[in-house]
Design a protein around this ligand. Structure first.
Ligand code: FAD
Ligand code: UDP
Length: 373
């Protein structure tokens, strides 16, 4: 078999690049995927109860990029959806990210009022303040609040999710969920927030419906290197594995998902409920909130964090911290030696904590810069 491009991995990164190369350049692509399906970690499927579930954890699309939104809108209609998350803190359900409503849910009104006044005074209404920065405030009331939020919302959750304390990770990790000086209870504030109308897998099918794209599932790219001839390659898997761990393994974090179906219409009032302090799982998501389906049964997914063990489970998250940045930099040096014959992109290959829109944005940029040149 002879193709122009071999693309490894059929997630957002690989699918976007395959689509662009096939439709804009009219070149032939072989998209090879180890799993038995397209879609990468955004893959969704109907379970035996007819509920659309996300096999690799809840995926909510959100972006401020009109370019990404317009691009994906060619392949799907959207169901508008604003994600809300509650956290169980001292037995109460409070809005996450911690915001002014959370403040009133936790503290007596007079105390909450004083804290609100101080927060607004220091940061201004609408500000988003990372927890590690809030802890450095000079005011002792604000520091008390920061300590409360750190201990009750971030510490236990982060320890479960990463096996590390918040300050042992790159600050960008906990900055994803900043304290929000606002009454806005939504998890994201992006301009575009939605779920693909027929689901993610259906959207990927549309992206990849081009005669120039051939898809090979259930196959590690190494198995076919002798049989396929190609000019260039794009690799979206873990970068350390590509180089046979020659600079040591690059840690990724994994998860175990447990799906539970209950014979009742609803289980919880928000899409996701976080459990920072109790249990071994971090959060429960009720799939029907995301799919918008109306059914008498409901399916929940529990997320149990665990170490990534190559060959045994999947790498889901890069572990962003200084010591890992060095290993990644050495992999990048190896990548440069290949002089553009192999391009690396995606959450696993770039070792970046991309959301879906960022993976698409990265792929579109790579296409415009390195691929279509
Ligand atoms: P992936 O989706 O990981 O695709 C890479 C593919 O490469 C995989 O399918 C893998 O099997 C394949 N592969 C790897 N090695 C090989 C090989 N040797 N041979 C063949 N195939 C190979 N983002 C959001 O925007 N919103 C969310 O709500 C959200 N929730 C998330 C929840 C969880 C639990 C997780 C883990 C992620 C979430 N994300 C979310 C992030 C989102 O999943 C990623 O941004 C996106 O999947 C990245 O796409 P990708 O193509 O780079 O990587
Ligand atoms: N986080 C936390 N408590 C929460 C929510 C988030 O400590 O209630 C921290 C935790 O370290 C987590 C990070 O913020 O890994 C990013 O959270 P996000 O919800 O963005 O994680 P993802 O959806 O990517 O798993």
């Amino acid at each position: 078999m002879k193709v122009d491009w071999l693309i490894v991995g059929a997630g957002f990164t690989g699918a976007t690049l395959a689509e662009r190369i096939a439709s804009v350049m009219g070149q032939k692509v072989l998209l090879v995927e180890r799993r038995d399906h397209i879609g990468g970690n955004a893959y969704d499927e109907y379970n035996e109860h007819g509920i659309l579930v996300h096999r690799y954890g809840p995926h909510i699309f959100h972006t401020n990029s009109k370019k990404v939104w317009d691009y994906l809108s060619r392949f799907t209609r959207w169901r508008t959806y604003q994600h809300r998350v509650l956290g169980i803190v001292e037995g109460k359900k409070i809005p996450i990210p911690f915001n002014l409503n959370s403040l009133y849910a936790i503290f007596p009104p007079r105390h909450a009022e004083r804290l609100e006044e101080k927060l607004v005074g220091y940061y201004g209404l609408g500000a988003k303040v990372p927890i590690l920065r809030l802890r450095e405030n000079e005011d002792k009331d604000i520091r008390f609040l920061a300590e409360y939020v750190y201990q009750n919302i971030f510490y236990g959750y982060t320890l479960k999710q990463w096996g590390l304390r918040p300050e042992e990770l790159d600050p960008s990790v906990t900055e994803r969920v900043p304290v929000y000086i606002s009454r806005d209870d939504r998890y994201f504030q992006d301009i575009y927030q939605a779920i693909p109308g027929e689901g993610y897998t259906a959207m990927f099918r549309q992206m990849l419906r081009n005669p120039n794209i051939k898809i090979l599932l259930n196959t590690d790219f190494r198995e076919i290197l002798d049989e396929v001839r190609f000019n260039r390659m794009i690799y979206t898997g873990p970068i350390d594995a590509f180089f046979d761990y020659m600079h040591g393994p690059l840690p990724y974090r994994s998860l175990r998902f447990e799906f539970v179906t209950l014979h009742q219409e609803w289980f919880q009032e928000a899409g996701t409920v976080n459990y920072p302090n109790e249990y071994d799982f971090t959060r429960i998501t009720e799939q029907k909130h995301l799919s918008g389906q109306q059914l008498p049964v409901t399916t929940l997914v529990y997320e149990y964090p665990e170490a990534y063990r190559p060959g045994e489970n999947d790498p889901y998250y890069p572990v962003l911290r200084e010591e890992n940045r060095e290993v990644y930099a050495r992999c990048l040096e190896e990548a440069k030696k290949l002089k553009g014959t192999v391009l690396f992109a995606g959450r696993l290959a770039d070792y970046k904590y991309y959301n879906m829109d960022q993976a698409v944005e990265r792929a579109l940029k790579l296409f415009e810069g390195e691929v279509a040149r």
